[in-house]
Design a protein around this ligand. Sequence first.
Ligand code: A3P
Length: 290
Amino acid sequence: QGSAMAQDYVWCQGIPFPAGGFNPEIIKAAHEKLVLKDEDIITVTYPKSGTHWLIEVLSLIHTKGDPKWIRSVTILDRSPWLESKRGFKFTVERKEGPPLITSHLPIQLFPKSFFTSKAKVIYVIRNPKDVLISGYYFWRFTNLAKKPESLQQYFEWFLQGHVPYGSWFEHVRGWMSMREKENVLILSYEQMKKDPRNMIEKICWFLGKVLEPGELDLVLENSSFQAMKENKMSNIIDVPEELVPASVKITRKGITGDWKNHFTPAQTQAFEETFREKMAGLPPELFSWD
Ligand code: A3P
């Protein structure tokens, strides 16, 4: 049930995008023409890596911990996806307001203007085995893109890069090449889980913002998994029900290592082989998970 109306992919420069909400012409325009401003703060991730969590934290840093904004405006409106139909229009037309923007674009499709601007990117990397499991539940139960019929099928698609936004391995490799730039901060989902206070401090330092200890406590408290689960504005409520049913929550489990509850030994071995092959040459400390 539901699969009959599932969307497929649209393609842009060899990368599959969810047909629900995306258009190759707009992605191309975002790449070629979108002008980012020096004050922009862009959350960049491969989908299912903790995007919404980082946006919640950035929103709260912006309001110094006051939850009024996060409780009254949805994530999509607080930090629009620049490559989506709706977010592109918003980003082009915006005049003022909080400079938060989001993108899942691989580096080769990211707005060219970024590379000569002082705009800041925060990239979140997550254990790809958990990204795979999180993605399986998301793409299977929404109608935004091609739906996998089983975990094994999604597993194969993931290793081949035939999933929304293409190959995790290429996405991460591409963005890791920016890791020495002073306007790029790389965070990991696992570090964020282990020490969220430290993550907030790191972000503030990167953005040149100073929060009082009490304000930092409020950011921490209001961006916890539980707080986000209870805040309907942190979930996807502004996309038509036929694309994202209300039963699908961004706040699914919010843990590290859920892959261990799903992967067979054969899948673990196949995954690790692909990982070694595709990520060869990158410093192992970038991948700080079990
Ligand atoms: P799971 O599906 O493993 O639970 P994205 O925002 O990129 O789509 O990522 C979604 C993942 O981030 C989900 O993972 C979700 O539970 C997790 N997440 C969202 N908010 C979180 C929070 N405050 N703390 C920890 N994990 C969070």
